[in-house]
Design a protein around this ligand. Structure first.
Ligand code: COI
Length: 355
């Protein structure tokens, strides 16, 4: 093996949660991975240690200037006992694009994936096997040099934690209700919209809370300049079925380049369904709704997989999509992606990586 990590086993393993009541992101496994970066030395000292709190200097750059990034992917156990990761090299590549934007040092792609594999192997018994569950993998990097001036940190920690999860939305595949956000914006040209950094999510909380208070699960963001082009949903990418075409926003710098988004587009193309990455205005969607052409909407993401949308509210327009039920395209995409991820369907695309 190219990379060697030291392992300290947790002397007090926890009781595993009941897969029937698993929520998203509330339970954590027995171990975590940590590796340090020092300017001049590079990444070093990769280690698997018992899961637990970190000790950080209160002056650590991450606390003050939010120099950090995170990723998300999932591990599944197939019926024949294989442990499968879904497209982990895409997470490694996106990490390095985010790192570049946030002035965080690059990390070798193989090192990134090998660290995930080593940790998942140790905690493989934590992978839940009930339909709709998975072991969510959260790699992240924080700038932990103690320094209050504004410049890139000289020291970082790359950490991976694991969380056995149920569906992101409590209702699973039950269609969600979304509110089109027309007051706050998520990203604008030249900003950090396409980077996977915590600041994007911190800045989204206010809009999400206001939408919750109005009875909506999530928001649909509009572009930050004109507030007319649909961009993405709070935690995932957005797809609209208009007539016989599936449309999604193009990757023009303000959209998170989702790995599930990329998989959805590839699957649709393979199935011969028309798909376009193009700018779409909210007015076009409202008009399509009025014309009876707005057939389906769904969000895609690692946490959410495919999450159908049953209602979309924009100003006074309340659009009930496909009678508030999951549509055939969303259902087929969910079955295909989840089937490949869990090894139930053949992996024609070569997307899964065995641990
Ligand atoms: C994911 O889907 O993995 C995400 O990172 C979204 C989220 C839970 C913040």
């Amino acid at each position: 093996m190219k990379y060697e990590f030291s392992i300290t086993k947790n002397p007090n393993p926890k009781k595993k949660p009941d897969p029937d009541t698993l929520r998203f992101g509330t339970e954590f496994t027995d171990h975590m991975f940590i590796m340090d970066y020092q300017e001049g030395e590079g990444w070093h000292d990769g280690r698997i240690v018992p899961y637990g709190p970190l000790s950080l200097d209160p002056a650590a750059v991450v606390f003050h200037y939010a120099q950090e990034m995170f990723e998300g992917l999932k591990a599944y156990k197939s019926e024949d006992g294989r442990v499968l990761l879904f497209r982990p090299y895409m997470n490694a590549q996106r990490t390095n694009r985010t790192n570049d934007r946030l002035c965080i040092p690059q990390i070798d792609e193989d090192l990134f994936v090998e660290a995930i594999k080593a940790l998942v192997k140790i905690d493989a018994d934590w992978i839940p096997q009930k339909e709709g569950t998975a072991l969510y993998i959260r790699p992240f990097i924080i700038a932990d040099e103690a320094f209050l001036g504004v410049r890139r940190s000289n020291h970082y920690k790359f950490i991976i934690i694991l969380s056995p999860v149920g569906p992101y939305y409590v209702g699973g595949l039950t269609p969600t209700k979304l509110y089109v956000e027309d007051k706050y914006v998520r990203a604008t040209d030249g900003g950090t919209g396409e980077a996977k950094c915590g600041g994007n999510y911190a800045a989204s909380l206010k809009a999400q809370e206001e939408a919750h208070a109005k009875g909506y699960e999530q928001i649909l963001w509009l572009d930050g300049v004109h507030r007319k082009y649909v961009e993405e949903v709070g935690t995932s990418n957005a797809f609209f079925v208009i007539g016989d075409e599936v449309v999604t926003a193009p990757l023009d710098g303000t959209i998170l380049p989702g790995i599930t988004r990329n998989s959805v587009i590839a699957i649709l193309k393979k199935k011969g369904i028309k798909v376009a990455e193009r700018k779409t205005t909210i007015d076009e969607i409202v008009q399509a709704y009025k014309d009876g052409k707005f057939k389906e909407m769904f969000a895609s993401g690692t946490a959410a997989v495919i999450s159908p949308v049953g209602e979309l509210r924009y100003k006074d327009e309340d659009m009930i999509i496909n009678n508030g039920e999951i549509g055939p395209i969303a259902q087929e995409l969910y079955d295909t992606i989840y089937g490949i991820q869990t090894g139930k369907l053949p992996d024609d695309m070569g997307w899964t990586v065995e641990v």
